[in-house]
Design a protein around this ligand. Structure first.
Ligand code: NDP
Length: 449
């Protein structure tokens, strides 16, 4: 890993001192700062205006109590969060995560990353993230609804189409967004479509939003391959996770001629050499809320389910970590290098540990980071906001075409920036520098606020 520029060391030390017990946030800041030595040299005006100090300090952090009543009539309690990280480029924009692991540090890391990801899309959106330490697993629909209503009762005071526009993330899909939007509408007496994205198609949503993060991930990989005169045709792919991002990455990879042979959930992974049957996977995971081992049970034959172990042991040309942060470590990276994997592209947010990234790079794997690769989700959210503002709805084909254009634009901008700053072909540095400089220039223009 490149050393931090001496000018950034005290800023990073202050991040650690001021945000104790938040290792994911420290990791995300460090990973961005490691790319910024050429930026510090080229832009002394950023340091003079304390831009770096301001970039790592969220504009606002909200923590609130979320009480709700379960089906047995007992009162339950969770903690809700919304971190409004940076609104320089537009209203705060970023998803809500419902998972027992959620804490302030995780939401801060996600909000920080989101700020630069959103800048890379070229759309007018700032960065934010939220969620709760609520576990949707095993809850009835009625419990999910009561939780969402209680969560939104507080959140509604802080969001709005010109202020902060949440969307889904881990544990928050169409069902949860429906309950959240319903409660917002009831509380405010306003049909404010632009307050949330990822809405259902029948009530203000955009076609392609559900598929966008996974599709965008594969469009990005396609651009990486095309640059080397190749395509996805005939490639063997492994995608971790089996949620929103993984499912539609699998779908698009299959459409472009690749075979995705393995996917996973927190209980293990499945290997299906004929290619993951997406219809069955969605039926099990979404409609029946089952596990990937049900997939292996139902398919039978040569389909294997492995508990324990790591999905990265499955040989592949392209690996797409699409589950959660720090799921691909040094050991996983070493297995990928040994098996001759050519490309690792992050569908999830920060799924590769710093040691994992180092092993991949040393092994000659082409590595592309989340803030560029998975930006298609939020970019399509911005397209949803455009449609809501103009009371219009676009066709699937038109919206998908826009998404593909946006991903091509991000890919090229990342590589052009890497070139311009003397780090050619470095997707990590290119993405970090392009995102940071865009936000930093706008912050300078807006003054000390
Ligand atoms: P989902 O909740 O739809 O799916 C998450 C998947 O990851 C599930 O298969 C889940 O398994 C698995 N998973 C979650 N936590 C763990 C864990 N600790 N260990 C192993 N597996 C785990 O979420 P999404 O697909 O929406 O999000 C996945 C990633 O993509 C996240 O990092 C998210 O921040 C990122 N992302 C999502 C976007 C979106 O539009 N949805 C946009 C940009 C980024 P199980 O069912 O067992 O929990």
């Amino acid at each position: 890993m490149p050393a931090l520029d001496p000018a950034l060391e005290p800023v990073f030390d202050a991040v650690i001192a001021r945000n104790p017990g938040e290792p994911e946030f420290h990791q995300a800041v460090k990973e961005v700062f490691e790319s910024l030595a050429p930026v510090v040299r080229k832009h002394p005006e950023y340091m003079n205006a304390a831009i770096m100090e301001r970039l790592v300090e969220p504009e606002r952090q909200l923590i609130f109590r979320v009480p709700w009543v379960d089906d047995a009539g007992d009162v339950r309690l969770n903690r809700g969060f919304r971190v409004q990280f940076n609104s320089t480029l537009g209203p705060y924009k970023g998803g809500l995560r419902f998972h027992p692991s959620v804490n302030l540090g995780i939401i801060k890391f996600l909000g920080f990353e989101q700020t630069f990801k959103n800048a890379l899309t070229g759309m007018p959106i700032g960065g934010g993230k939220g969620g709760a330490d609520f576990d949707p697993k095993g809850k009835s629909d009625a419990e999910i609804m009561r939780f969402c209503q209680s969560y939104m009762t507080e959140l509604s005071r802080h969001i709005g189409e010109y202020t902060d526009v949440p969307a889904g993330d881990i544990g928050v899909g169409g069902r949860e967004l429906g309950y959240l939007f319903g409660q917002y509408k009831r509380l405010t007496n306003r049909y404010e479509s632009g307050v949330l994205t990822g809405k259902g198609i029948g009530w203000g949503g955009s076609l392609v939003r559900t598929e966008a993060t996974g599709y965008g991930t594969v469009f990005f990989v396609d651009e990486m391959l095309q640059r080397h005169g190749e395509t996805l045709e005939g490639k063997r792919v492994v995608a971790s996770g089996s949620g929103n991002v993984a499912r539609y990455a699998i779908e698009k990879a299959h459409q472009l001629g690749a075979t995705v042979v393995a996917c996973s959930d927190s209980g293990g992974y499945v290997v299906d050499e004929r290619g993951i049957d997406l219809e069955l996977l969605i039926d099990i995971k979404e409609r029946r809320r089952g596990r990937v081992f049900d997939y292996a049970d139902e398919k039978g034959g040569s389909v294997r389910h492995i508990t324990g172990g790591q999905i990265w042991d499955v040989p592949c040309d392209i690996a797409l970590p699409c589950a959660t942060q720090n799921e691909l470590d040094e050991r996983g990276a070493a297995a990928l290098v040994t098996n001759g994997t050519r490309i690792v592209a992050e569908g999830a947010n920060m799924p590769t540990t710093p040691d994992g990234v180092a092993v991949l790079r040393a092994g000659g794997v082409l590595f592309a980071p989340a803030k560029a690769v998975n930006a298609g989700g939020v970019a399509t959210s911005a397209l949803e906001m455009q449609q809501n503002a103009s009371r219009d709805s676009w066709s699937f084909e038109h919206t998908e075409e826009r998404l593909a254009d946006i991903m091509r634009g991000i890919h090229d901008r990342v590589l052009d920036t890497a070139d311009a700053y003397g780090v050619p072909d470095d997707y990590v540095a290119g993405a970090n520098i392009a995102g940071v400089t865009q936000v930093a220039d706008a912050m300078l223009a807006l003054g000390v606020i």
